[in-house]
Design a protein around this ligand. Structure first.
Ligand SMILES: Nc1nc2c(ncn2[C@@H]2O[C@H](COP(=O)(O)OP(=O)(O)OP(=O)(O)O)[C@@H](O)[C@H]2O)c(=O)[nH]1
Ligand SMILES: [Mg+2]
Length: 469
């Protein structure tokens, strides 16, 4: 689950703390549960921390302690402590409130969540609080002004009078600047402008596989875990060329794969009614306990499985299955594979899932098939990208996820393509379009290389080459 604290607020906190430092998330009530013992278990003895509350009035406030939390029922003496407000009513509005009664800066009690000041200035919660729908109604209280100097502010202007929070996070404050990618992007990219969108569209509309291959449309296979965003990727690309958000392929979150039918989707450009010369082949997703049938995947790669084939996990596809394409040509085969991976799960990808991907890769490598990764849900990896997709190539979290996936998949970093699918948007966005079309264009370039290579092979052998397991 991603951190909520955006980069600009982190920078503000570093300025207030007054020395180079960075943050590591220790505790988050929406992830770990809102319970005083859990807070202490995760945060006691960790050194300096910052506690941040996000309330339903779009106000962000909290407190910093340079000393560790503990559970001994005593006050924590800390002359560097301060309370703060970062955001008020949805707008950035940072203010710092220094400690004045330093021996009462914090209060460590196993029955209490983060508590600041004698009195207490902020008592976040006690015991355990359950999540009531979209927020947590914390049972704490404010005694602001007891141990901290409010500089003329009050409970209303600091907290917007609410302990109803969507989240509460505690970060460990670590000395040193941390891994920093300055303002220079970690990957070169085109300008985030409508001109770029137009140029990308033009290039995709003009795309055509080499005439000698006799292939009318390049086939890109979308493959990956359930819920990774395969169908959403097709829907997103389709939306771009439709000129508005559309959701032709079923997408959503269910226990098992939402997609149960093999579909070779074509994309139509609504401005001229023509189809683009590629197909996005959407498969069902695999699960930790429910691998894809390896032979079935081979049939897909080799072009034996027809469009609209209904997957049946109990009865795998065989040459006797109705619709089996007996002598597929290059035009029926897959020309590039895109592993669709949910960026927000990269850190917790199980060994089983990694093994499934490796097994699939063996089959692809065997056929010399180019592979890329579409790293989806960037907005869930990094709060800055959630705010603006333009931050993708300066986001450390995205850069880390790209490196990690490249490592796991044994692919060059340049083959890992960050994307954000359309999911909650109601209108198209230049930035989202640019990432999607960049990823697609890369796939088509790789598909062309593959077809070119196959053509050479066929010419050399004087026949239609079919890969075998
Ligand atoms: N926030 C966010 N959500 C996304 C993104 N891409 C997909 N989703 C959501 O993730 C859920 C699953 O997406 P699908 O496109 O159905 O995933 P799939 O890979 O086709 O899943 P199966 O067909 O079940 O294997 C949906 O609720 C999408 O709205 C993304 O980039 N960001
Ligand atoms: Mg799907």
């Amino acid at each position: 689950m991603p951190e909520l604290l955006q980069k600009s607020y982190k920078k503000q906190l570093v300025t207030w703390i007054g020395k180079p430092c960075h943050f590591r998330l220790l505790y988050k009530i929406s992830r770990d549960g809102c319970s005083a013992p859990t807070f202490h278990q995760k945060c006691d003895g960790q050194g300096a921390t910052v506690t941040v509350l996000y309330n339903t009035n779009k106000t962000i406030y909290g407190g910093y302690l340079s000393q560790s939390w503990d559970s001994d029922g005593e006050y924590i003496d800390d002359s560097d402590a301060f309370l703060f407000r970062l955001q008020y009513n949805g707008s950035s509005n940072p203010l710092k409130f220094p400690v004045i009664q330093t021996d009462n800066a914090g209060y460590g009690n196993n029955g209490y969540g983060p508590t600041f000041g004698g009195g207490h200035d902020i008592q976040t919660f006690s015991g355990t609080i359950s999540n009531s729908g979209r927020c947590f109604s914390l049972n704490g209280y404010f005694g602001l002004g007891s141990s901290y100097n409010l500089n003329g502010q009050n409970e209303q202007t600091i907290t917007n009078n609410s302990l109803q929070v969507t989240d509460l996070e505690v970060y460990r404050v670590i000395d040193g600047p941390g891994k920093k990618i300055p303002d220079k992007p970690w990957r070169e990219h085109d300008a985030w402008t409508t001109e770029t969108v137009q140029a990308q569209k033009k290039s995709l509309l003009a795309y055509k596989p080499l005439t000698e291959t006799n292939v009318g449309a390049a086939n890109i296979l979308l493959i990956g875990q359930i819920g990774a965003g395969k169908s959403s990727f097709f829907n997103s690309v389709n939306s771009i060329f439709r000129g508005k958000i559309s959701s032709k392929a079923c997408s959503g979150s269910f226990e098992h794969s939402v997609t149960t039918m093999y579909r070779q989707y074509k994309v139509k450009d609504f401005s001229n009614g023509k189809f683009l010369n590629f197909r996005l082949c959407d498969t069902r997703g695999f699960e930790e306990e429910f691998a894809l049938d390896a032979q079935e995947i081979s049939f897909i790669l080799d072009g034996n499985i027809p469009d609209r084939y209904q997957f049946n996990p109990l009865v795998p596809f065989t040459p006797d299955t109705p619709g089996y394409i007996k002598d597929p040509n290059l035009k029926d085969k897959i020309h590039c594979v895109a592993f669709v991976i949910d960026g927000s799960t990269v850190d917790v990808m199980s060994d089983k899932v990694q093994k499934q991907m490796k097994d699939l890769q063996v089959r692809m490598n065997h056929r010399g098939l180019p592979q890329v990764v579409f790293l989806t849900k960037l907005d869930k990896i990094c709060p800055d990208v959630h705010i603006d997709v333009k931050n993708t190539f300066t986001s450390i979290a995205v850069c880390d996820a790209v490196e990690k996936v490249a490592d796991v998949m044994g692919l060059p970093r340049a083959h890992v393509l960050p994307v954000k699918n359309y999911e909650s948007e109601t209108r198209l966005k230049t930035t989202v379009d640019i990432l999607l079309m960049e990823a697609l264009q890369r796939c088509l370039d790789f598909a062309d290389d593959y077809m070119d290579e196959q053509l050479d092979k066929m010419t050399a052998e004087g026949k239609n080459v079919r890969a075998e397991d």
